[in-house]
Design a protein around this ligand. Structure first.
Ligand code: OSB
Ligand code: MG
Length: 374
C-alpha cells in the first residue's frame, strides 16, 4: 500500500465502567464514555481512540464535541481521499481548528492501517527502539491519606516503577509527606491539573522540599510565562501537560524555561505525528519526556505503548496495565505489567493487541458508519 484510500469509518461509543472512581482537581469520573474509530482502507482495518472526557474540565473538548467533530467534519474531509502517509492527515484537517483529541482518534486508526499494511508493529513504524516500557500509575485524589497509602503499596507490590499522585491545594503536603515517610525515596511525582495560582508559591515551595521527580502542570494551561517564573523559584522540575498542544508550544515552553520535562499524549496534540515531532524536539534539546494517559481502553493504551517505545521516553509514564481501570479490557491479549514493572511492546503488526469484537459490541451504546461516496 503506497496510497491509503479510506473507504469507510465506523465510530463507536462505548460505556466502560471504571473499577473505581477517578478523582482529580477538576472532577470525578465513574464511567468511561469511550470513542473508538475503526478505519477501512484497501481491505485493511485499523483502530484508533479519541479519549475526550465527559466534561470540558481537562481541556475544552468533551465526548460529545469529539463525536460531533469526527462525524460532521473530520471523517467527511477524509473519506474517499487518498493519503500517501498517516502524517499527511494533519494538514487535511488543519482548517478545523484545534479539537486535537478528536483528530488524534482518526489519525490513530490510520497509523494502525499503515503499520498493518506493512506487517510491522506500530512502535517500529513510529521509530520505537524499546522492547519494553516501564509502567507507571496515576493515583486519583483519595478519601483519606490511609487509603492513598494502601493504593501506593498495591502498585509498588505489583512492580510499578513510578507513582504519580493527583494533588490540589489542601490535598498535597499531607499525602505526599505521608508517602515519603512510609515508602522513602521511591520515584514519586505529583500532578496538579492547573489547580494552583501564583499566590500559592509558599505551598509549592514546601512541596519542593519533598524532592519529587517533578510537579506536573501546577498553573493554568495557557500560562507559559508564569510557569517559567515558578520554575526559576523551584529546584523540582516542572512538567507540562495541558499547556503543550503542539511542537510549537513545546518549543516556546523550552525557550522560556517553563518546564524541564514534557508529558506527551498523542490525544492532546492531534495525534502520533505531532507527538513524535515533540519527542524529536525534546530529544535534540536533551529534555526528558514520558507518555501520559487519558483513561484509555486497550485500543488507546496500545497506541500509547507504541509511542512510549521511542528512545526519548526515558521516564516511566502513565502507561499502566489494562487492570488499572478495567475489570475486562476490549483487546486481546490485555495489556499486562510483568513482575519487574514493565510492559512488553507487542511485536505483531499494527497495535499488536487485537480488538475483542464481542466485548466491544457488548459495550457499544451508539454507532455511526460513514462511507465514501461513489
Ligand atoms: O492529567 O494526566 C492527566 C487522566 C485523564 C485526564 C488527564 C490526566 C489523567 C491522568 C490519568 O492522570 C492517566 C491514565 O492513567 O490514563
Ligand atoms: Mg496531567
Amino acid at each position: 500500500m503506497t496510497l491509503m484510500k479510506v473507504e469507510a469509518i465506523r465510530l463507536r461509543r462505548l460505556k466502560m465502567p471504571l473499577k473505581a472512581p477517578f478523582v482529580t482537581s477538576f472532577g470525578c469520573q465513574t464511567v468511561r464514555d469511550a470513542i473508538l474509530v475503526e478505519a477501512e482502507a484497501g481491505g485493511i482495518t485499523g483502530w484508533g481512540e479519541a479519549p475526550a472526557l465527559a466534561a470540558p474540565l481537562y481541556n475544552e473538548e468533551t465526548v460529545e464535541t469529539a463525536w460531533h467533530l469526527l462525524k460532521d467534519f473530520l471523517v467527511p474531509a477524509l473519506l474517499g481521499q487518498s493519503l500517501t502517509h498517516p502524517s499527511r492527515l494533519a494538514e487535511r484537517l488543519r482548517p478545523f481548528r484545534r479539537n486535537y483529541i478528536a483528530k488524534a482518534g482518526l489519525e490513530g486508526a490510520l497509523w494502525d492501517v499503515w503499520a498493518r499494511a506493512r506487517g510491522q508493529p506500530l512502535g517500529q513504524v513510529l521509530g520505537g527502539t524499546r522492547g519494553r516500557v516501564a509502567a507507571g500509575v496515576s493515583l486519583g485524589i483519595a478519601a483519606s491519606v490511609e487509603d492513598l497509602l494502601a493504593e501506593v503499596a498495591l502498585y509498588l507490590d505489583r512492580g510499578y516503577r513510578r507513582i504519580k499522585v493527583k494533588i490540589k491545594p489542601g490535598w498535597d503536603l499531607a499525602p505526599l509527606s505521608a508517602i515519603r515517610d512510609r515508602f522513602g525515596a521511591i520515584p514519586l511525582m505529583a500532578d496538579a491539573n492547573s489547580a494552583y495560582e501564583r499566590s500559592d508559591l509558599p505551598r509549592l515551595k514546601a512541596i519542593d522540599e519533598l524532592e519529587l521527580m517533578m510537579i506536573e502542570q501546577p498553573l493554568a494551561a495557557d500560562d507559559l510565562v508564569d510557569h517559567a517564573r515558578l520554575q526559576s523559584e523551584l529546584d523540582t522540575p516542572l512538567c507540562l501537560d495541558e499547556s503543550i498542544c503542539s511542537r510549537e508550544d513545546a518549543r516556546k515552553a523550552l525557550d522560556l524555561g517553563s518546564c524541564g520535562i514534557i508529558n506527551i499524549k498523542a490525544a492532546r496534540v492531534g495525534g502520533l505525528t505531532e507527538a513524535v515531532a515533540i519527542h524529536d524536539l525534546c530529544r535534540e534539546r536533551g529534555v526528558p519526556v514520558w507518555c501520559g494517559g487519558m483513561l484509555e481502553t486497550g485500543i488507546g493504551r496500545a497506541h500509547n505503548l507504541a509511542l512510549a517505545s521511542l528512545p526519548g521516553f526515558t521516564l516511566p509514564g502513565d502507561v499502566s496495565g489494562s487492570d488499572r481501570y478495567w475489570d475486562r479490557d476490549i483487546v486481546c491479549p490485555e495489556i499486562a505489567v510483568d513482575a519487574e514493572g514493565y510492559i512488553t511492546v507487542p511485536a505483531g503488526p499494527g497495535l499488536g493487541h487485537e480488538p475483542d469484537l464481542g466485548e466491544i459490541a457488548r459495550r457499544t451504546v451508539r454507532e455511526e458508519v460513514l462511507i465514501a461516496a461513489g
